[in-house]
Design a binder for this molecule. Structure first.
Ligand code: FES
Ligand code: FES
Length: 159
């Protein structure tokens, strides 16, 4: 099938590319060298590919690149430069030792950011729900929850 021309603004930079209709946004981002978007299951199960697309936290393997035409995407790395909250989360993950192999980390930070952006308070049960679509094979989740807890407490307070 013929390719489609799309324009997507990723981390503030407009990218024009021709893509196959079946190409996922995840594959598109990695083809454009946004390696901080990790590729895991490609079936919507692990959450490691999570990005902010048009203001929403989405699993980029479940979105077609063609659907992103005209849209805006932020990855963990890009947001870490321009968005104070993302920078704080990145710091908290390091301070809390919430990173082991790092495979889940960009997706976890994006999920945490979305939670706090929505007004999420420091509440461990709510934070667990917010990251329930993201799998971590290393940390046992506690340190990840602690890191998001610290930042949500600072920004939105406790429950
Ligand atoms: S790679 Fe997208 S959810 Fe696993
Ligand atoms: S730190 Fe390894 S998968 Fe989460």
């Amino acid at each position: 099938m013929s390719e489609i021309n799309i324009t997507v603004t990723v981390n503030g930079t407009k990218i024009n590319a021709a893509v196959k209709p079946e190409m996922s946004l995840l594959r598109f981002l990695r083809a454009q060298l946004f390696w901080d978007v990790k590729c895991g299951c490609e079936e919507g199960d692990c959450g490691t590919c999570t990005v902010i697309f048009n203001g929403q936290s989405v699993k980029s393997c479940l979105v077609l690149a063609a659907q992103a035409d005209g849209g805006t995407v932020w990855t963990n790395k890009g947001l870490g430069v321009v968005d104070e909250l993302t920078g704080e989360l990145q710091k908290a993950f390091v301070e809390r030792g919430a990173i082991q192999c790092g495979f889940c980390t960009p997706g976890m930070i994006m999920a945490g950011k979305h939670y706090i952006d929505q007004g999420g308070k420091a509440d461990r049960e709510e934070i667990k729900k917010a990251i329930s679509g993201n799998l971590c094979r290393c940390t046992g989740y506690k340190k990840i929850v602690d890191a998001i807890y610290d930042v949500s407490e600072k920004i939105n307070g406790s429950k």
